[in-house]
Ligand binder design. Sequence first.
Ligand code: NAD
Ligand code: LMR
Length: 345
Amino acid sequence: MSRVAVRVVGRRLTGAVPRRGLSAAAAAQHGVKVAVLGAAGGIGQPLSLLLKMNARVSRLALYDIARAHGVAVDLGHINSHASVSAHQGANQLSEALDGSHLVVVPAGVPRKPGMTREDLFTMNAHIVAELAEACAITCPQALLCIISNLVNSMVPIASEIFKKHGVYDPKRIFGVTTLDVVRASVFLADLKGLDRSAVEVPVVGGHAGKTIIPLLSQSLPKVDLGQDQIEMLTSRLQEAGTEVVKAKVGEGSATLSMAHAGARFVSSLLEASDGHKGLVECAFVRSEETEAAYLSTPLLLGKRGVERSMGLGPLSSYEEKLLLAAVPELKAAIRDGEEFARNFK
Ligand SMILES: NC(=O)c1ccc[n+]([C@@H]2O[C@H](COP(=O)([O-])OP(=O)(O)OC[C@H]3O[C@@H](n4cnc5c(N)ncnc54)[C@H](O)[C@@H]3O)[C@@H](O)[C@H]2O)c1
Ligand SMILES: O=C(O)C[C@H](O)C(=O)O
């Protein structure tokens, strides 16, 4: 939930601590390999660029069904630490994944105006299931970060595929919802004239329409808002993806802000894997908080992925109502994903 590392006291997050860098020598020693699946896409390219600049990444494997070579050669000319390799086409997927510590998946089809994220289910379910299966076979211990929509269904699909292969660890499979947190911070900061980089709003639930729930009552710093402002911010956040889709008039959905959000999430995971304490990010994971088997909540990150969920915290009555409305929608999306995975292959 926080771009800077945060200290955790109970479930409250207080005080920023400096983010520590890593020397190239230390990074080489750590030898962290990150694979990007869908690396030549609208998100994949800027995300790969940001990961190329991350000192914790020493090997960056770029996989796509097309155009991976060009992107890899281009990024390979940047004089940052990570080496870059290209893997193009299904027969090169396992070499991309081999030895990966973290796999990030922006592969899939984006929305066009008039579509919902649910409309992407069928196309992206096949893509995510195939990629998850390859991960379960080749790098079952890797942290798996799924960006592809519908996130609310894709995480259950990947989880079921891992279960089929007997390698499921719920602490390692994430639906990336960081863009919601980033947007909520911007929208709140702009409304109140605050420094955008100094505002954090936890966003829970899922990543589609009414399942996106900003917990404005738990913002840092605490901000006084009228009910009309809370409702305006909530509905803007729930429609923010559509705002971008409309603005791009048929050229896809959010890519640059998503790349930033994805790079932030990966960076937090790598930092926590490296032993840094107190890092909290929201993500869509296996959950016991509600009747929905998967939910986005703030998560304390540790060496092996999720250390523990920080829970939902004290909700306002409005936030409780939002959650109540989201749970049936989440359960349906999760059921669709699980059903798809059961019938896969
Ligand atoms: N989680 C979020 O917050 C969030 C935000 C924005 C977009 N998204 C989603 O991310 C996905 C990608 O968006 P985009 O704008 O980058 O789309 P894009 O079409 O620009 O890129 C997708 C890439 O995936 C590749 N691809 C397709 N099938 C593949 C396969 N089987 N294996 C590997 N690569 C494959 C394509 O070749 C393409 O390069 C969409 O589903 C979109 O809805 C999620
Ligand atoms: O809205 C979309 O389709 C893409 C993404 O989920 C977003 O929130 O921008």
